[in-house]
Design a protein around this ligand. Structure first.
Ligand SMILES: [Zn+2]
Length: 412
């Protein structure tokens, strides 16, 4: 859990606004390495502190044979360090045999620490000074045994393959005006995970029915292509759902649920967007249950060691979040107009894993609660579902108009 907390800490520390044009301009300038960058001995390990003229996405990885610590930045001018021996300026530590730097893939710069033996990363974080705009990267490492090192190290071949193309930190492909919006619909649960169950009805089945009806309605509407994460009663992992969405080139991801809450009082539709902090206890419980179902199905979601890829994610999120919020607001408005029945708090936030694609506006729509007899009956009525389908279609249409209007304004 310590790793996860650190991961979250980095996410929040690394957030910086990209919305204002002035900041975009400074972001595109090359970061420089500044005085205050130093390598210090920490027991049998070491800590590397790099002061940069501005924050940039970065990524730390271990590579074996020989053991190396590889740090990729997007993008840093290392000219302040002597190319032949950066250690002459940064300092020396027994854990580090030599330091090298150079360009990596397009738009990326690489700093390599050749290690004198297997070392594990204890901490890696970037903090940004709100006043100066400078960033400090701290990476601490200490000796581990060869087996532990081997489990953390990536093959050399992965070093280049994994870097996103330079200049596309946000990971957003340029949207072509006039091209249909690709909507990925995600009927919750399925297969060994039935979701909520009440009166012989399974959430997994009700959501598949609704998703198919919504798909058909969107296909009849101009400007939309639709992909379902599952079109039968099968289990798809939360990660697999996001992977499918990305493979489909999703412009928007909509996960469909109708869960049951133990207290039984909840009723009406709820529109969820992603947040680290759930907006209330029920939201937190729902998020936790969905993730647990995935874990029970034997899917390992714990591979969060790659701390630094999260910096890239936070940048993408900065851009995606306002668009997601806009869609959520359209959904609440359209459901109120057409279907009428919303939860008393219709807009909520929670840490649903299925919403965590940083570059795809993602929403989890609880159509109602199966624990509410009224909602459960509505979910089984063709007429009610038709009004709900129409609500989602109009919300997506309004959002598509927003997107078309802003497509020229957004940073690429
Ligand atoms: Zn559900």
């Amino acid at each position: 859990m310590a790793g996860l907390r650190l991961w979250c800490a980095i996410l929040s520390l690394a957030m910086w606004p990209l919305a204002a044009p002035a900041q975009q301009a400074s972001f595109s300038a090359l970061a420089r390495i500044l005085p205050g960058s130093v390598l210090t001995v920490q027991g049998a390990g070491a800590e590397l502190v790099l002061t940069l003229s501005q924050p940039v996405p970065f990524r730390v990885r271990l590579v074996d044979a020989p053991p190396r610590l590889v740090i990729d930045f997007q993008e840093v001018d290392f000219a302040a360090l002597p190319a032949a021996d950066p250690g002459a300026v940064l300092g020396r530590a027994g854990a580090v045999q030599a330091i090298r730097y150079g360009p990596a893939d397009a738009g990326w710069s690489r700093l390599v620490l050749e290690l004198s033996g297997p070392q594990g990363i204890d901490a890696a974080a970037m903090t940004t000074d709100a006043v100066s705009g400078q960033a400090v990267v701290r990476i601490g490492f200490s000796p581990v045994d060869a087996t532990a090192f081997a489990t953390k190290a990536v093959p050399e071949s992965a070093l280049f393959a994994d870097l996103p193309a330079g200049g596309q930190a946000a990971g957003l492909p340029p949207r072509v005006p006039g091209k249909p919006l690709i909507v990925v619909l995600d009927p919750g649960h399925g297969g060994i995970d039935p979701g909520a169950e009440r009166d012989g009805q399974r959430e997994a089945d009700l959501m598949l029915t609704f998703a198919r009806e919504l798909r058909d309605a969107l296909r009849r509407t101009e400007g939309f292509d639709v992909v379902l994460t599952r079109d039968e009663d099968v289990f798809v992992s939360l990660e697999g759902r996001i992977r499918l969405a990305r493979a489909a080139g999703a412009d928007v991801f909509l996960s469909l649920h109708a869960d049951a809450l133990p207290d039984g009082g909840a009723t009406g539709a709820t529109v969820y967007t992603l947040a680290e902090e759930a907006s209330d206890a029920a939201a937190a419980a729902l998020a936790e249950r969905h993730d647990r179902a995935d874990l029970l199905a034997g899917v390992d979601l714990t591979d969060q060691d790659d701390l630094i890829a999260s910096v890239l994610m936070s940048i993408a999120r900065t851009e995606t979040t306002p668009r997601t919020d806009a869609l959520a607001n359209h959904l609440v408005a359209a459901i109120r107009e057409n279907a009428g029945r919303m939860h008393r708090r219709p807009r909520q936030m929670a840490g649903f894993s299925v919403l965590k694609a940083p570059d795809i506006p993602s929403i989890l729509l609880e159509l109602g609660f199966m624990s509410s007899p009224r909602d459960l009956a509505a979910l089984q009525e063709v007429e009610w579902r038709g009004r709900m389908v129409q609500s989602v279609v109009s919300a997506l249409q309004r959002w598509a108009d927003d997107e078309a209007a802003s497509v020229g304004l957004r940073r690429r």
